[in-house]
Design a binder for this molecule. Structure first.
Ligand code: NAD
Length: 292
């Protein structure tokens, strides 16, 4: 079957164009959206993520603060900074880069973020708003990006069977809620590590969202003819032919699966580029809601 390759870079680009207009409108009223990114410790991957977020802000004219705290920063010191950022009128979005060092209780830290500035959508108030379908809440950026991709390509979700593989708070659970919400109307099954007969279950899916973290787990055997496949996975696998000695693959065996699909996202270049774009969208939304 001829498949459509979902181009995340392109959709992320049009999200950014839309945001530029919104930011210009906010600026014309004297408001500049602001994001604070907090990194504790010196994990190289986290440093790269934080750098990309700050760069994305600069490109859009969003004010940003980057806080790089030493690994030995205490929970109290981190919470104190969060309270300071909650009170800072220049800041509309706050995110603490995950994972923090082990001595930090991430959930307890998140509870201290003002839910109105919780642009990652991790605070329990925002989790509740997602479940309640309250559009004023903040939804985690990656599943929000997946919905944006479906919308951009006109993929019908109403009445379709969606199987979400993975039940994390960052991807799987919010994804399931977004798909079952009244503005999407899919029938959703959430699969996880204890699910039985996963290939058979997935073969009944019109839409598969793979958010597992297992390289190329979803093979042709999982996919029915004409299915839509969104691959959230980002996995490193060894590859001696690459200069770095590895390459990035998703949770879907792309080459084996693509010809069965109507739409499929590549890795990289599919879901990945959407995450930062939606973080920018959440920051602009937070600004709009805070300044009225
Ligand atoms: P996680 O480890 O928190 O959750 C993985 C989920 O997969 C769990 O719910 C688990 O039950 C399920 N699972 C594990 N083994 C399974 C199996 N054999 N069969 C079925 N389910 C199984 O991971 P996460 O944070 O949700 O991330 C998932 C993947 O998405 C990772 O590869 C991660 O790197 C990637 N990710 C990408 C982005 C992005 O911007 N594109 C953002 C977040 C996560």
């Amino acid at each position: 079957m001829d498949f459509v390759l979902i181009d995340g870079k392109q959709v992320a680009g049009s999200v950014r164009e839309r945001l530029k207009e919104e930011i210009a409108e906010l600026k014309s009223r004297g408001h500049v959206p602001g994001l604070a990114v907090v990194l504790v410790g010196d994990d190289p991957a986290s440093q790269v993520y934080v750098g990309s977020k700050v760069k994305a802000c600069a490109e859009l004219g969003i004010y940003s603060q980057k806080w790089e705290l030493p690994a030995e920063t205490s929970q109290e010191e981190l919470v104190k900074l969060i309270h300071q950022l909650n009170a800072d009128d220049r800041i509309h979005g706050i995110l603490v880069q995950s994972p923090p060092p082990r001595h930090i209780d991430e959930e307890a830290v998140i509870l201290n973020i003002d839910p109105r500035k919780d642009v990652d959508g991790f605070h329990p108030v925002n989790v509740a708003k997602l479940v309640l379908e309250d559009a004023a809440g903040f939804v985690p950026c990656t599943p929000l990006g997946c919905m944006e991709l479906l919308k951009a390509y006109g993929v019908e979700t109403a009445g379709k069977h969606a199987v979400v593989i993975g039940r994390s708070m960052i991807v799987g659970k919010p994804m399931a809620h977004l798909l079952m919400a009244k503005n999407a109307n899919a029938t959703v099954t959430v699969a996880h590590s204890r699910t039985k007969n996963l290939p058979e279950l997935c073969r009944s899916a019109d839409i598969i969202v793979a958010a597992v973290g297992r390289p190329e787990m979803v093979t042709a055997d999982y996919v029915k003819e004409g299915a839509v496949v969104l691959d959230v996975g980002i996995n490193r696998i060894e590859d001696a032919s690459r200069p770095r000695g590895y390459r990035i693959v998703g949770d879907v065996a792309f080459d084996a699966v693509k010809d069965k699909c109507s739409y499929i996202t590549p890795v990289p270049g599919g879901v990945g580029p959407m995450t930062i774009a939606m973080l920018m969208a959440n920051t602009v939304k937070a600004c709009r809601q805070l300044v009225g």
